[in-house]
Design a protein around this ligand. Structure first.
Ligand code: DAH
Length: 347
């Protein structure tokens, strides 16, 4: 029986439809079934014998296009399924996760240690008046002590009462601000942690760094309270055997003033490890920052009566405090702010 082109087209459409609806999922089996030697396509191609001679060319084209179509669909199916057998009971792959910057981790921990003993965490402006950074801290204009803070001045109009605008060179700018916030009414127990800025840049200094500042003002506050607070911090942050030590020093805003040291947690304050000089501290102690009893002039600037109230304050750098604990021996502190993920990932 002769096959017309229409009949051939119908059969081709049917085969394409069967292929599309085929329930077989295995790409290999599908290929054998449709394009194999004894497959459905070859079977169908035989019909060309029965097509009239003048239609053979057209029939060949129709069949060819069916074959190409099947081939494309099978290939894409094979690509989709190759090696993609999935064991759904396997644990999933963890996406890589970031974490807080080491300095943020340290800040959280430091806040927590002071909050536990009743301090309130506060933050004050990083761009502040000269008055809060210096003047109110017993450093009048042109006082030579100001030179110790290599201050950045901001090119903004001066205020008649509060002077120039600076990038805060230390967190002590929070002292009188906190007294003002509490309307000059002690008790004050503040921990102020913030960015500070100084004109300095080398392997142990960055132009931007962090400090934390403690301030306690109340009736009857004395050096023992300061010492107890420093010891509490030392134990919580560095370990139960670490002690604090205060040495006489000078700051304009405290009287008396001290430098604060912590005993080295590697050699336990002895300066020696197995008979040799401790290579981490060299002397048994690490100097970390300053402290003292709040100067009466500072209390007065904050509207507090120095006859009735006394207070202590301390302040030092987060970066140094943190690297000391970890025994990091970081040869260039600027790594912290380099944004280099290979460095940061190690914390
Ligand atoms: N602000 C001082 C500095 O940056 C550190 C300091 C010393 C803070 C004594 C204090 C203090 O609160 O009482 O060098």
């Amino acid at each position: 029986m002769a096959t017309t082109l229409e009949k051939l087209q119908q059969d081709i459409d049917q085969l394409a439809k069967n292929f599309a609806n085929d329930q077989e999922l295995d790409a290999d089996k599908l290929r054998t079934k449709y394009l194999g030697k004894k497959g459905l396509f070859n079977e169908l191609s035989k019909e060309i014998r029965n097509v009239a001679n003048e239609d053979k060319k057209a029939a060949g084209k129709l069949l060819n296009s069916l074959k190409n179509d099947l081939e494309t669909k099978l290939t894409s199916l094979e690509q989709q399924t190759t090696g993609s057998w999935v064991d759904v009971t396997l644990p999933g792959e963890q996406p890589s996760q970031g974490h807080l910057h080491p300095i943020s981790q340290a800040i959280e921990e430091i806040s927590g240690i002071f909050e536990k003993i009743g301090f309130t965490r506060v933050r004050y402006p990083e761009v502040d008046w000269d008055y809060y950074a210096f003047e109110s801290l017993n450093m009048p204009d042109n006082h030579p002590a100001r030179d110790e803070w290599e201050t950045f001045f901001v090119d903004l109009p001066e205020s008649k009462e509060k002077g120039k605008v600076v990038l805060t060179p230390h967190t002590s700018n929070g002292q009188v601000r906190e007294m003002e916030r509490l309307k000059s009414k002690p008790p004050i127990r503040m921990i102020n942690i913030a960015r500070c800025y100084r004109r300095q840049q080398d392997v142990t200094h960055t132009q931007m760094f962090h400090q934390f500042e403690g301030l306690v003002v109340d009736e009857g506050i004395n050096i023992q309270h300061l010492k107890g607070t420093l010891d509490h911090f030392a134990k919580e942050f560095y370990g139960p055997e670490v002690k604090s030590r205060i040495r006489p020093f000078h700051f304009q805003f405290t009287e008396p003033s001290f430098e604060v040291d912590f005993s080295c947690h590697i050699c336990h304050g002895t300066g020696k490890v197995r008979g040799k000089k401790c290579s981490f501290c060299k002397s048994g102690w690490h100097e970390v920052g300053g402290a003292g009893m709040v100067h009466p002039n500072v209390l007065k600037a904050g509207g507090i009566d120095p006859q009735k109230y006394t207070g202590f304050a301390f302040g030092w750098g987060v970066e140094r405090t943190y690297t000391l604990r970890e025994g990091l021996n970081i040869d260039d502190i600027r790594y912290f702010y380099s944004g280099d993920i290979r460095f940061l990932e190690q914390f």
